[in-house]
Design a protein around this ligand. Structure first.
Ligand code: MN
Length: 346
């Protein structure tokens, strides 16, 4: 049946402003340049995906990604989306050079099949959950501003898990986390240093916050991505769970991290791994009792929708850090989900 065949693949560059500058260790984000990927089937059904490239993590620039449109179209045209694993394998060739395009195309393929079969993507992927809870992120700022934001997110908006960015100054960071913890008693914290600490600083941070009773559930990427020995030393000297984010891009990275005992948690992002490697990473983690969280780059509601359907379908994530769409100015909501504060329903 030709109706499931791919007739066209198009890329469209989209720019989004952040509502306010978003600061993490060593970077301030003011705008996001993403790529909408559209897959058109012979039947006329359309699947959508979004690439949100990260130069910081993956070395991707949007102009390079746009240049791939012609090749991707030529490689996929005529493929039957019911055999989507074959298409995933073609896109695996872009794992190192354009992982966000790999993710967007793989998702758009699933979305097109979903539109053709009238089965939501989260159910195509297993339908484990029909709702998930997300966190909300407090970027690096002055202490009082971070405390005010944390209070608003927790007390007024009802987010039980807050993501807190640290990593630029150990002593200040400890002061900030203690102040936030005092002001939001009962909350859980995913703390992300984005590679900002040395191993010694990270151990000091973990001990200082733990001894003061701060409920940090995950301490994300404290040290530089390629320091696996450092991550392992930290893991066995930290009273709180250690997660890899920037260290964990492909399934091969995660295999090394787990085999060497470097981490308690993996932060999966579709923009680093695509759907195919994310599926492998989930199974690696489940097999080895490694914790899982899911995160995002600077996706709009379209890209967050991808991760929401993936996370709900798979159902294996302890924390869903899927809030970038709330940081961006976006004209219309394009997610295939409903959101009430921290609760996301499919
Ligand atoms: Mn992170």
């Amino acid at each position: 049946m030709k109706m499931y065949e791919i007739q066209d693949v198009t890329f469209e560059l989209k720019k989004y402003e952040f509502s306010e500058p978003f600061r993490i260790t060593g970077w301030i984000h003011n705008e996001a340049e993403n790529v909408d990927v559209k897959v058109v089937l012979k039947s006329g059904k359309i699947g959508m995906g979004e690439a949100s490239p990260s130069y910081r993590v993956n070395g991707e620039k949007v102009s390079a990604l746009m240049a791939l449109q012609k090749d991707v179209k030529e490689m996929l045209i005529g493929s039957d989306v019911r055999n989507y694993r074959r298409i995933f394998e073609i896109m695996d060739g872009f794992s190192r050079t354009a992982p966000s395009v790999k993710a967007a195309v793989q998702y758009a393929i699933l979305d097109s099949l979903s539109m053709a079969t009238e089965m939501p993507v989260y159910q195509m992927l297993g339908g484990s959950k029909s709702e998930i809870k997300i966190d909300k992120t407090v970027g690096i700022d002055e202490l009082n501003k971070m405390v005010e934001k944390a209070k608003r997110f927790y007390h007024e908006e009802g987010y039980e898990t807050l993501k807190i960015k640290v990593g630029e100054n150990l002593k200040e960071d400890v002061r900030k986390i203690l102040a936030i913890s005092d002001a939001t008693k009962g909350a859980s914290y995913v703390v992300d240093a984005n590679q900002g600490y040395s191993v010694k600083e990270a151990i000091q941070f973990a001990n200082a916050t733990y001894e003061n009773g701060v409920n940090i559930v995950v301490f994300e990427q404290p040290v530089i991505w390629n320091n696996l020995d450092g991550l392992k030393i930290l893991r066995y000297n930290s009273p709180i769970p250690i997660a890899a984010d920037e260290s964990a891009k492909t399934k091969y990275d995660v295999y090394e991290l787990i085999r060497n005992g470097c981490v308690d948690f993996i932060n999966i992002k579709l923009m680093k791994s695509g759907i195919s490697d994310a599926l492998s990473i989930v199974e690696l983690a489940k097999t080895t009792d490694t914790g899982l969280m899911i995160g995002c780059m600077s996706e709009s509601s379209l890209g967050i929708s991808q991760s929401v359907h993936f996370a709900a379908g798979i159902g294996a994530f302890a924390y869903h850090d899927l809030d970038s769409h709330m940081l961006l100015k976006e004209r219309g909501f394009r997610g295939k989900f409903k959101q009430e504060g921290e609760l996301i329903k499919l």
